[in-house]
Every structure is written in C-alpha cells, then in structure tokens.
Design a protein around this ligand. Structure first.
Ligand SMILES: [Zn+2]
Length: 236
C-alpha cells in the first residue's frame, strides 16, 4: 500500500497562493476538480464524511491538522489551505493513522508549506474572512450574479435551481447535482470578466459535471479567453 502511494505521489500547484497548496495522490486531478465539486450539497454530511481534529509533534514543532474520511475519496489527499491549515482526506476504508504516517513522511514539505501559507495567507483575497464585509456585500453580489446568470443561462439554454452567495475561504463557486449554484461574495471584488468566467464555469457544470473537453468547449463559447483568466485567478 505505501509503495503504491509513494509511486503516485505528485506535488503541484506550487504557485497557488490563494487556494492554498495541495498535493494529491490521485493522478490527473486538477485544481478545479478539488475546488468546486460540491460534496456538501451532494450528500448528507454524516452519511459521507467523518472528520476529526488531531495534533502531533513534527520535528519538535506542534501542529494541528484535520483528518476527513470521505466515501467518494479514492486516494489520500493532503491540502495546506491559504490560512496554513492542514487537511488530509482519506478514502473511507483507510485508517486514520494513515494520515499521521503520511504527514510524518512528508514532514519537511508540510512544515514549510504551513509556514509559507500562514505568511502569504494574511494578504490574500481568500484569507480575508470578514463577516461584516460579507453581510455588507452579499446582496449586491447576489444582484450582480443573478443578472449575469440570466444573460448566460439564456445563451446556453440552461436552467438552474437556486443561487446562494456564501462566505468561503477556498472556493469561488460551486454547483450541486440538484442544480443549485453557489458563489463566493468576493467575486464582486473581481474584474467583471473574471466574475463572468466563474459564473459561466458553474453554469456549464449543469451540463457537464467534470472538466473534460466538452466542458471547456462550452465555457469557451462565451469566455474564449478563459485560459488566461484561469491563470490570473490562481495568483490573486
Ligand atoms: Zn468546475
């Protein structure tokens, strides 16, 4: 088992300051796969997830981390988010101790990234988790999103269920299997074209739930320059 895990070990997304840095053992998974598949909305939390908080001493530093077991997770995944928090997601059948082993084995990387993220995180757009700003901007964000959605939904001929504006640390938006679209209120703070891209991205998930070629072709129909925008969003 361990051999297999290390063989598939991948480190990527090294310059993504706002999303946090992550590595995953699942080959070929993209940042977007990880970010916006809305697990919470797809299945009741207690049926699919089990989360525990843990502590350990790693090279004489005390760290805290979260371990989640997830029914749909296929591989172990470790993410250091923009506020420096460390989360390990495990497939349901794996023991919680696998997370500890994995962290120990990658101790240097984990400690370094936690430190870097805490430093960078303070300045990033995502790290700001300002409840007062959220309450102030929420309705304006909703109006903006709704008016853009109306336009794009008409173009594509897609129908969505509801729209929610949320205060999230790690996602610009998400789409649930029930057709509900969720957006981070901070998209109001982005240039309009970038906000449009995020809106179109989630809208197109109504038709294509993955990020395959057909999905990007759909997005490209209204946002042909999406590749450039995706890159820019990553370094905000
Ligand atoms: Zn997506």
């Amino acid at each position: 088992m361990k051999k297999y895990i290390l063989k598939h070990f991948n480190v990527y997304l090294s310059n993504l300051t706002n999303f946090g840095e992550s590595f995953s053992l699942k080959e070929g998974i993209s940042l977007q796969d990880w970010l916006d598949i809305d697990e919470e909305n797809n299945k009741p939390v207690d049926e699919t997830k089990m989360t525990i908080q843990k502590k350990m001493t790693l090279r004489s530093e005390k760290i805290e981390y979260t371990v989640r077991k997830h029914r749909t997770a296929k591989r172990l995944k470790l993410v250091i988010s923009c506020d420096g928090n460390c989360t390990v997601t495990l497939p349901w059948r794996m023991g919680f101790v696998s997370a500890d082993d994995f962290i120990r084995k990658n101790a240097e990387w984990v400690l370094e990234k936690m430190k870097t993220m805490k430093k960078i995180g303070r300045n990033s757009l995502f790290a700001r988790h300002d409840q007062a700003e959220y309450l102030k901007l929420k309705e304006t964000a909703r109006e903006m999103v709704k008016s853009r959605l109306e336009k794009y939904a008409e173009f594509y001929g897609f129908q969505y269920n509801g729209v929610a504006i949320r205060n999230q640390k790690t996602r610009w938006g998400s789409c649930s299997s029930k057709g509900n679209l969720n957006f981070n209120y901070k998209i109001l703070l982005l240039p309009q074209r970038h906000a449009d891209y995020i809106i179109v991205h989630e809208l197109c998930h109504l038709k294509e739930f993955n990020h395959g070629k057909r999905f990007w072709n759909l997005v490209g129909q209204t946002i042909p320059e999406y590749e450039r925008i995706v890159k820019q969003l990553k370094v905000l």
